[in-house]
Design a protein around this ligand. Structure first.
Ligand code: AMP
Length: 214
């Protein structure tokens, strides 16, 4: 099962990804997470990516394609994978199709989650992430039991550098101009489903399970 989660930043891709991999036992591959790990470790890749990320811009295609396809060669991807945040441009999508085709594979399904821009802004600027386990909270929608502390592992919560109002506005604009065209790209192959990301996350998962089957 080779899946892609598509949608604007803040649509709930990360939340659904955690639920989907629990059900279907495939690895969750988030290029954003890979970059953030590299930033944390201070690698050359992290240093390069950080400049773009802090401005809410896309990391150059050549770099992202290399990182993503390298991850897809790992053993745990043999039975399928869930891509979250990749591809983000038509060039990346074409490179992914080519990479998979070399191995006789293809993208089986694209789940496009959409949410209105004003909801995205509120979700992202209020988002807090755990430094330890990566669990996500929201200052008003999903507050932790103790302010600033993760309910799951007790570590400190932080705000992502790119979740500030100015950067979020740019990320939404970048999504509209560079990533949205992917909807048409996958529409042509007829394997895309459109989902409402403003509903309760468990309700959304139920919709996804209806599409993918048990
Ligand atoms: P995300 O965690 O998916 O919201 O990604 C955070 C940031 O990482 C994005 O705003 C981009 O700067 C960068 N990034 C992640 N994935 C990609 C991608 N496929 N192409 C270009 N930049 C990416």
């Amino acid at each position: 099962m080779n899946l892609i989660l598509l949608g604007p930043p803040g649509a709930g891709k990360g939340t659904q990804a955690a639920k989907i991999i629990g059900k279907y036992e495939i690895p969750h591959i988030s290029t954003g997470d890979i970059f953030r790990e590299n930033i944390k470790e201070g690698t050359p890749l992290g240093k390069k990516a950080q400049e773009y990320m802090n401005r809410g811009e896309l990391v150059p295609d050549s770099l992202v394609i290399e990182i993503a396809t390298d991850r897809l060669t790992k053993d745990d991807c043999k039975e399928g994978f869930l891509l979250d945040g990749f591809p983000r441009t038509v060039e990346q999508a074409e490179a992914l199709d080519k990479f998979l085709a070399e191995d006789g594979k293809k993208v089986d399904h694209v789940l496009n989650i959409d949410v209105e821009a004003d909801i995205l802004m509120k979700r992202l600027t209020g988002r807090r992430v755990c430094k330890g386990c990566g669990a996500t909270f929201h200052i008003t929608n999903i507050p932790p039991k103790v302010e600033g502390v993760c309910d799951v592992c007790g570590e400190e919560l932080y705000q992502r550098d790119d979740d500030t109002e100015e950067t979020v506005a740019n990320r939404i604009e970048v999504y509209n101009s560079q990533t949205k065209p992917l909807i048409d790209y996958y529409e042509k192959s007829g394997n895309i489903s459109h989902l409402d990301g403003s509903v309760d996350p468990d309700e959304l998962l139920a919709e996804i399970v209806k599409i993918l089957g048990d």
